[in-house]
Ligand binder design. Structure first.
Ligand code: GLA
Length: 384
């Protein structure tokens, strides 16, 4: 739904024009998976799919929320009654942001919100971060809070971790908030320092496909938290603040120290090697060797499948089929256990790859995947 339509629907619902309309995108992660809560490196870029919100201020402590995408009327919440982990619905994301802003001492006295999103949900493409960031940016502008983009991302992460109750890292919110069109974001999640890396695949005759397996994942489910706790245990056993502090050159020595802690060995090996893969991809892109990132992406998938153990048959099938049909590289993206995979391919191979993937899914009896091209798009911004 376009910004104009979102504004018109707002007017129908609330009886006045909105003060403004904002947009925030979903993301795919090129490389750097499950490294963000280990203080490591990630490299996402923004999708053209976005959450669009029309918003006006209120001064009576009430937050009214309405979504074009979900059945139901306007939800009316009292800001001073917001309590962490009390809301199992979509409203927890925007409400969590208002809660986090107020908790941090910012004067937010209410809002009317109508929103609509084109980011597929449960597909590992950060539909929840898009919802959080669009509200954070709107409230930041309307209440003139003057918060920088990275700070908004931190507050959105807090909304998700504490208010919603999902123990995610900082990647998705920073991607939605800070990405730039035509670029991938090389982010150091320890201090949130950033570098925009030019990533114009089309100019090089390449494409990046997203294959949404339609297998729904859920973060608050225990597996994500278990991996996170295992990584923290690994860091503690190795005497470092976070696994990011283990240099790649010292990985073997670190693994030897972990002895027969098999499970932890696998987690540590993934995280430390994945940080190194991000650095390799940045190096290759910076020296114009874009095609050479393919095998590094595929290595990342193998590591997530065999060491981190968060893939699933559908994601593995995308990767195997794509590679046999001539892709340069492929891997699952996002939290895992379903969701989406990415495939890097020559433009001329896209049709063959799409057909091969659809056929392989049909032959395996899996739901038809949704396949689209990902073009690095704009981060969050005001539209009207
Ligand atoms: C989810 C989380 C992110 C990150 C990824 C895995 O998308 O929200 O913080 O941990 O999984 O890289």
């Amino acid at each position: 739904m376009g910004a104009q339509q979102v504004a018109e629907r707002f007017t129908e619902l609330y009886g006045t024009r909105p003060e403004g309309v904002w947009a925030a995108p979903g993301r795919v992660n090129l490389i750097g998976e499950h490294t963000d809560y280990n203080d490591g490196f990630v490299m996402p870029f923004a999708l053209p799919h976005q959450a669009v919100a029309a918003v006006s201020r209120r001064d009576d402590g009430i937050l009214r929320l309405h979504s074009a995408d979900i059945e139901g009327g306007v939800a009316e919440l009292r800001l001073d009654a917001l309590a962490p982990q009390s809301d199992p619905n979509w409203t927890a994301y925007p409400a969590g942001v208002a809660w986090a802003l107020r908790e941090a001492g910012h004067q937010v006295t209410g809002a009317d919100v109508h929103l609509s999103s084109t980011v597929p949900t449960g597909a590992g493409l950060s539909s929840s971060a898009a919802l959080e960031v669009v509200i954070a940016l709107a409230l930041n502008d309307l209440y003139e809070l003057g918060l920088r983009r990275w700070k908004l991302a931190r507050l959105c992460q807090r909304a998700e971790n504490v208010y919603v109750g999902a123990p995610t890292g900082i990647m998705d919110q920073t991607a939605s908030s800070c990405c730039e069109q035509g670029h991938a974001l090389f982010l150091d999640t320890r201090d949130l320092s950033q570098q925009q890396i030019p990533f114009d695949l089309a100019a090089e005759g390449l494409r990046l496909l997203v294959v949404d397996t339609q297998v729904k994942h859920a973060h608050s489910g225990g597996e994500y938290g278990k991996r996170r706790a295992g990584c923290e245990k690994g860091a503690a056993l190795l005497g470092v603040d976070a696994l990011r502090d283990i240099p790649y050159a010292e990985l073997d020595a670190a693994l030897a120290l972990l002895g027969d802690e098999e499970e932890i060995v696998r987690l540590v090996r993934h995280v430390v090697s994945e940080d190194h893969r991000v650095e390799r991809v940045v190096g290759l892109l910076s020296s114009g060797e874009t095609r050479a990132i393919g095998p590094v992406l595929t290595e990342g998938h193998t590591s997530l499948r065999d060491d981190f153990r968060i893939s699933c048959p559908e994601l593995d099938l995308v990767v195997d089929t794509a590679l046999s049909a001539g892709a340069l590289g492929a891997r699952m993206t996002g939290g895992g256990f379903g969701g989406s995979a990415i495939v890097l391919a020559e433009s001329t191979d896209v049709e063959t790859l799409t057909k091969a993937t659809e056929e392989a899914f049909a032959a395996a009896g899996f739901t038809t995947p949704r396949i689209f091209e990902a073009v690095p798009s704009r981060g969050a911004h005001r539209v009207i």
